[in-house]
Write a protein that binds this ligand. Structure first.
Ligand SMILES: [Zn+2]
Length: 101
């Protein structure tokens, strides 16, 4: 598994006897679309619901999770304000790496 943002390999969470080390965070998201579910009862309005059409797992390593802008984008996706998936291009470099040095 690789971090969605920087592409580095992430490890499974390591557990010790009394504590543990988290290497990445997983956000289960995806493309969604509004769909109507026709109510079987006559005269009842159809039910509207958000259908997950293409599930996507966003993996964020602990380093990338430390960036406020990435946390904000994950939070936006989770709360439905803005989709994360549409903005992650294949092989694209995260902006925070390009702005260094
Ligand atoms: Zn990363």
């Amino acid at each position: 598994m690789q971090c969605t943002h920087c592409g580095r390999e992430v490890r499974e969470t390591i557990h010790w006897q009394k504590n543990y080390k988290v290497d990445y965070y997983l956000l289960h998201t995806g493309e969604t679309e509004w769909t109507f579910f026709t109510n079987l009862k006559e005269d009842a309005p159809p039910l509207r619901y958000l259908k997950l059409t293409q599930p996507i797992d966003i993996i964020t390593c602990v380093q990338c999770y430390g960036y406020p802008e990435i946390q904000q984008r994950l939070d936006d996706d989770f709360s439905g304000r803005r989709s994360f998936s549409g903005e992650v291009a294949e092989g694209a470099q995260p902006t925070h790496l390009l702005s260094k040095g």
